[in-house]
Design a protein around this ligand. Sequence first.
Ligand code: ZN
Length: 213
Amino acid sequence: MSFPQRLIEGYSAFAAGRLRSEQDRYRELSERGQTPEIMVIGCCDSRVSPEVIFDAKPGELFVVRNVANLVPPYEVEGKYHGVSAALEFGVGVLKVKHIVVLGHAQCGGVQAYAEDAEPISPGDFIGRWMSLMAPAAQKVGARGDLPRAEYLERMEKASVVNTLDNLMTFPRLRKLIERGSVTLHGAYFGVAMGALSVLDRATGEFRQVTAKR
Ligand SMILES: [Zn+2]
């Protein structure tokens, strides 16, 4: 069997630990379904799992992850819209109260866009997908004398704000936000130190959350 041994071991640890202590919760969730109040739009990056960062229990977070935590603007034309489908389900069926766009440091997608990386495959899926952050890049402006890391951080954070703007293009969601039934949030995870910052939408600044240790 070529199923990764690492996953068999991980599952064994889960079954002996977390599953045992949360068995009742799993059973209950299976019977009455999920009712998460928070939806997280995160990046595929293996270092930034929302369930780990927010110490979430099963059933607490409705998570959609894609390259660079982006949301394309609302459109009914076109073919397959994974993020829109997840939004439709999260907002329309689960009736989440919060949507958090979680950006992060050292995002490969943002780097690829900022540094105009060569397409990895003929389809250039990353290049086309990352072009969604063009409005964010425009706001940040040219790199100029900025150190690379600082420029990329600005791009990553501006992209979170741009994604929040794109969420407002979904008519039904926009209505719910204006009514106060759904609240949008931006956040940013600094991988090296595990620092979490939350966007203050009034000032446009990301403020670090002070965690009690
Ligand atoms: Zn990323």
